[in-house]
Design a protein. Structure first.
Length: 445
């Protein structure tokens, strides 16, 4: 009789553990994400199977965490889950029957996807996850009861930067929640009103429920389950092999289109239109990594045959406006920086030209070059010459060569101060003409 009362999840985890004996160790390690999917699928099936908490809260009596990923930790709770924001804690109340099977446990997690960056992670609020006796639940009554599971994550860290907003929050949020089909409640640590307003269209496609501000909402929210933390697949990346339904970055693009064009179900693949003047959008920067001869670049672009529009994204510019511009463009060009993250709005088959300043070759490729190609976007890398960089006037050529090659050895702070914050570019107009002529030819104009 006792055996029947052991939760189904116990057998699931026992089965997963036994796999380490039946299969080679490397096979199980490489595919540990499958256990996460099975657990999430289990939670989803329990939620769909019943709309009442009385059936949901019997599904588990413990907390399970996966800390194997270099970028993020993620934990799962299923049952009678209750928040307590004043103590930054979430409790899982154990079922009253058979106390001998209870596992009293506590886990701590900072739900942000840069766990390798210790100084930053120290600024992320730590959440305490604990199991608790049913007898204690009397003192922790539900103020708000939800039928959908919670997804707890932090919107702090580097979220003020557009690149990090997508790379470390929005894309991982999509990866972690897409299989729940909006039936999830977003519980946000470090919630800020400007952040919600800026990404409201995207967030509303992830969840059909109002957001819970964990840091400031002191009410007790009760859930049938909770996922704490987000999955991270790589820089602006979705790895199909790590998702049961084989979703890819193309599906994320479809998701973005649905966010900003609800009536357009699938993303349009780029194709040349008859009697169409190719549209070039220049992502303009001011202050750092600025194109100092931008007006001349615009004139050359027009002579090559482009209809040119200059876009200067800022914190108050609606993403919908930027989406409308870039999703209809043929070519987007700009200097390496957060503003190029908007290339996520481009159509597969269109073209991105990234102007790569000195000293940031790895960042340029990893942040935008490689992801663009994975999305089916044509890519040209315009590597700035020494004479095109403002650093040419500050340092001797010999020192410039050394600095460029030794940048990584001197650390990120050096790269940031010298090559990102201390550099503008004046582009060689003949090179610009050659690159843009190539772009027009590649697109078939």
């Amino acid at each position: 009789m006792k055996l029947r009362q052991v939760p189904l999840l116990f057998f699931l985890l026992l089965f997963l553990a036994s796999c380490t004996l039946l299969f080679p160790t490397h096979f199980f390690t490489n595919h540990i994400y499958n256990s996460t999917f099975l657990f999430c699928s289990y939670l989803k099936s329990k939620r769909i199977a019943s709309t009442t908490r009385s059936n949901l809260h019997l599904s588990n009596t413990s907390i399970w965490c996966d800390r194997t990923d270099h970028h993020s930790d993620i934990c799962f709770m299923s049952g009678d889950v209750r928040t307590h924001s004043p103590s930054s804690s979430i409790s899982l109340y154990l079922p009253p029957s058979n106390p001998s099977n209870w596992v009293i446990k506590e886990e701590r997690i900072r739900p942000y996807t840069r766990k390798w960056e210790t100084p930053l992670m120290d600024t992320i609020d730590e959440i305490i996850l604990r199991t608790a006796s049913r007898n204690d639940s009397f003192h922790h009554k539900c103020d708000v009861t939800h039928d959908s599971p919670a997804l707890v994550f932090s919107a702090a860290g580097y979220t003020g930067n557009l690149f990090h907003s997508f790379n470390n929050v929005l894309l991982p949020l999509y990866i972690t929640s897409q299989h729940l089909n909006q039936h999830v409640v977003l519980v946000v640590c470090g919630y800020r009103n400007w952040w919600y307003r800026k990404y409201e269209e995207i967030l509303s496609q992830i969840s059909e429920h109002p957001i819970v501000d964990f840091s400031n909402d002191t009410r007790t929210h009760c859930f049938p389950a909770a996922i704490v933390g987000l999955r991270f697949h790589g820089t602006l990346s979705v790895e199909p092999r790590r998702l049961h339904d084989r979703k890819s970055i193309m599906d994320f693009q479809n998701f973005l289109r649905k966010s900003y064009e609800p009536n357009n179900k699938r993303i349009e693949v780029y194709s040349k239109k008859k009697n169409h003047t190719p549209k070039l959008v220049i992502i303009s920067r001011k202050g750092t990594r600025e194109i100092e001869n931008e007006r001349d670049v615009i004139q050359v672009s027009k002579k090559v045959g482009f209809d040119v529009e200059v876009l200067s994204p800022n914190e108050t510019m609606p993403l919908k406006h930027i989406f409308d511009k870039l999703s209809k463009s043929d070519v987007v060009m700009g200097v390496h920086g957060a503003g190029l993250t908007h290339f996520l709005f481009m159509r597969p088959g269109s073209m991105l030209i990234q102007i790569e300043p000195l000293g940031v070759a790895d960042e340029a490729w990893q942040c935008f070059g490689e992801p663009a190609l994975k999305m089916g976007i044509r890519y040209i890398n315009y590597k700035v010459n020494l004479s095109e960089s403002s650093l040419y006037k500050k340092y001797p050529i010999s020192a410039m060569d050394t600095n460029a090659m030794e940048s990584k050895k001197k650390g990120w702070k050096h790269t940031k101060e010298v090559y990102l914050e201390g550099q503008n570019v004046t582009l060689d107009l003949n090179r610009v003409k050659k690159v843009l002529t190539q772009a027009i030819g590649d697109l078939g104009f």
